[in-house]
Each structure stands twice: as structure tokens, then as C-alpha cells.
Write a protein that binds this ligand. Structure first.
Ligand code: SAM
Ligand code: SF4
Length: 343
């Protein structure tokens, strides 16, 4: 059983960037591999990283724990698909120790849901309280087309297992023009019935895939406008330091988020950094600058050098990002895939 201390444990030396933003949220990509091949995320024949380049679970624990010591209060494991990494539950349980001490407020993950049937109970036992599950459609054939290798029934069983284990679930749906735009209200109704939150995400130009993403780009401002003709959207003050804005659908009680990295400027309140599967720390999702933490952990047994590297990296956190889907056929704004950086 986890102990919850009365007061949060304060970090000795918080990580504060040049724009006075406190870094309190770390996303960690634990693998670049995945059991799906979503059309907007990966090409069908992805080449994955050699194992030696990927941080070991112990190395991930070491880096994440260094961040926790320096004031990070929320950890999100992502990928690729975090639950296909061998031994992933050892990492989850190990990081869960920071919840028990009160150093960490939240340990969570973003998953495609395929392995939840197997892991939901263990996640709950390790202290995970909420998870994000990516699901773009409730139509089995469309699901197979979008994910290429996924099976909707397996994901739905996984979501049911997570709910039964007591996990709060947020469904993440990428809004795709001509693919699932007609299904958004169906997803809203399903989430409201099931008690899940729902967040819509705009497609982002990350990494080469076969599809031309400008064809699939659906501005959420348009989706919102359409919804407003049928539903009452009450803005919520909830802010997570990220690009999401939240509303409550008055008629159903659904809490709904809109993630609009392309049309909304959210950088002023950015509290997060991202660690790739290879131990590169990206201070901004939309910029190429990174710090090589793998080299540091592999060269030094003690954590002083790692601590110094965190200070140095955070001193380079940029003020904002620079995303544009400029024109049809344009190269992605950033060559790296979401599955490498961690979505
Ligand atoms: N495999 C896990 C999953 O699908 O939830 C975690 C990693 S995945 C890269 C994280 C999120 O990024 C998913 O919700 C996915 O839909 C989203 N994503 C991937 N590529 C994207 C893109 N080009 N634009 C917007 N969202 C994207
Ligand atoms: Fe895999 Fe998630 Fe990317 Fe889909 S979005 S291919 S599930 S990493």
C-alpha cells in the first residue's frame, strides 16, 4: 500500500529555465517500438533502433529519478508503445517508489491499449491512477486501417480491464479529416457513458510517413465550431502546462480536451521536457535542440555529472516552438518521429 504524505516533498534545487518556468513534468519514451503502425505516426516498415542505443530500464530509472530529485512531480511513460517494452512493469514499480515517498504526484502512461488486459491490475497496484489511451475510432475496420496492425476488440477489452482496475481513463483521439471527423460525437457519447475523458489532438508534422499529412489536417477550431451548434461547451479553467484546453459538455457532463499545437500558442506556461528512448533530452517538442543524457549516465557512476547536465540542458530550454504544415507535400517540420520523442 502506498503512503501519501500530508505535504508534498520540496525539491532541494528545482529546475528553472531562463524564462522562469519550473520544469515539473517529464515525459519518457521507454521504447521506439510498437505493435501498431498508425498511418500518421509510423511508416509500415519502420527501422527501429539497435538495442544498445536504447536506454536500459535501470538507466531510465536513474535519469527519471534524477529529475524527481530536482522537482519533477509528474512522470509520463510513452513511446512507441510503452507496454511492449520487456520488463516495463519492473520500471513502473520502481518509479512508483517516488509516489510512496511523496516526491512524485503522478506516474502515468500513454498507451495504445493493446496490452492493458495483461497489465491493468499491476499498473494500479504500482500506484498508477490515470492513463491515456489512444483510440481514433470505434469502427473495427477503420481501426484496422488507421493502426494497420491493431485490433479494436483487443483495445476495448484492455480499456475495460483498466476501468475495472480502477484506473481513470482519458481517450486521446487524433482528429483526421475524412477519416474520423464524422465519428467525434459517437466517441463523445461513448466516453460520457463510460465515464472516460476525451481529448482531441490535431495532427502534427513529425517524421516521414507515407501519407501526406496536409490532406488529413483537421483544425480543431472547426471541430469545436461544429460541436457548438449542437452542444454547450463550458470552458474549464484546468491547465496542465501543456497544449490542452478543456471544456465540459453541459448536456452529458463529458470533460473534453482540445490539443492544438499548430493553432494555439501554449509555450509561455510550458513546464515539460521529453526524454527519448535513446536518452536524448528535448527541451521543446517543436525544436531540434537536445542534450545527450545517455552519454552522461554511461560515463559516470555517480549522479553529480547528471545533475550538472540537467542544469545545463534546462538553461537551453527555448522560449517557444515553431510548427507549421506549410503547404502540400512539404517536409515535416521535424524529421524525428513522435514514437522516438514520445508523444
Ligand atoms: N503508443 C502510444 C499511443 O499510441 O498512445 C504512445 C505513443 S503515441 C506516439 C502518443 C500519441 O501521439 C498518440 O495519442 C498518437 O495518436 C499521437 N500521435 C502520433 N503521431 C502523431 C502525429 N503525427 N500528430 C498528432 N498526434 C500523433
Ligand atoms: Fe504505435 Fe502509438 Fe505510434 Fe500508433 S501512435 S504507431 S500506437 S506509437
Amino acid at each position: 500500500m502506498l503512503l501519501t504524505p500530508d505535504r508534498p516533498v520540496a525539491a532541494a534545487r528545482p529546475l528553472i529555465d531562463p524564462f522562469a518556468r519550473v520544469v515539473s513534468y517529464l515525459r519518457v519514451s521507454v521504447t521506439d517500438r510498437c505493435d501498431f503502425r498508425c498511418v500518421y505516426c509510423m511508416s509500415e516498415h519502420m527501422t527501429f533502433l539497435p538495442k544498445a542505443e536504447v536506454l536500459s530500464l535501470e538507466e531510465i530509472d536513474r535519469v527519471a529519478s534524477a529529475f524527481v530529485r530536482r522537482g519533477v512531480r509528474k512522470l509520463r511513460l510513452t513511446g512507441g508503445e510503452p507496454l511492449v517494452r520487456r520488463g516495463i512493469m519492473d520500471l513502473v514499480r520502481s518509479l512508483g517508489r517516488h509516489l510512496a515517498t511523496g516526491a512524485l504526484d503522478e506516474l502515468t502512461l500513454t498507451t495504445n491499449g493493446s496490452q492493458l488486459g495483461r497489465y491493468a491490475d499491476e499498473l494500479a497496484a504500482a500506484g498508477v491512477r490515470r492513463i491515456n489511451v489512444s483510440l481514433d475510432t470505434l469502427d473495427p475496420d477503420k481501426f484496422a486501417r488507421i493502426t494497420r496492425w491493431g485490433r479494436l476488440a483487443q483495445v476495448q477489452a484492455g480499456i475495460a480491464a483498466a476501468k475495472a482496475a480502477g484506473l481513470r481513463i482519458k481517450i486521446n483521439t487524433v482528429a483526421l479529416k475524412g477519416v474520423n471527423e464524422d465519428e467525434i460525437e459517437t466517441l463523445m457519447a461513448w466516453c460520457a457513458d463510460e465515464g472516460h475523458d476525451l481529448t482531441l489532438i490535431e495532427t502534427m508534422p513529425l517524421g516521414e510517413v507515407e501519407e501526406d499529412r496536409t490532406d488529413r489536417y483537421l483544425p480543431l477550431s472547426l471541430v469545436r465550431q461544429r460541436l457548438e451548434s449542437r452542444w454547450t461547451l463550458d470552458d474549464l479553467p484546468d491547465r496542465t502546462g501543456g497544449p490542452a484546453r478543456y471544456v465540459r459538455i453541459r448536456e452529458t457532463g463529458l470533460r473534453m480536451g482540445f490539443i492544438t499545437p499548430l493553432t494555439h500558442n501554449f509555450c509561455e506556461s510550458c513546464n515539460r521536457v521529453r526524454l527519448t528512448a535513446t536518452g536524448q533530452l528535448y527541451m521543446c517538442l517543436g525544436q531540434g535542440d537536445s542534450a545527450d543524457l545517455r552519454a552522461i549516465v554511461r560515463a559516470h557512476a555517480g549522479d553529480d555529472a547528471l545533475d550538472a547536465a540537467l542544469d545545463e540542458a534546462i538553461s537551453r530550454k527555448p522560449k517557444g516552438h515553431d510548427f507549421v504544415i506549410e503547404r502540400r507535400g512539404a517536409a515535416p517540420a521535424l524529421a524525428r518521429h513522435m514514437s522516438v520523442t514520445g508523444g
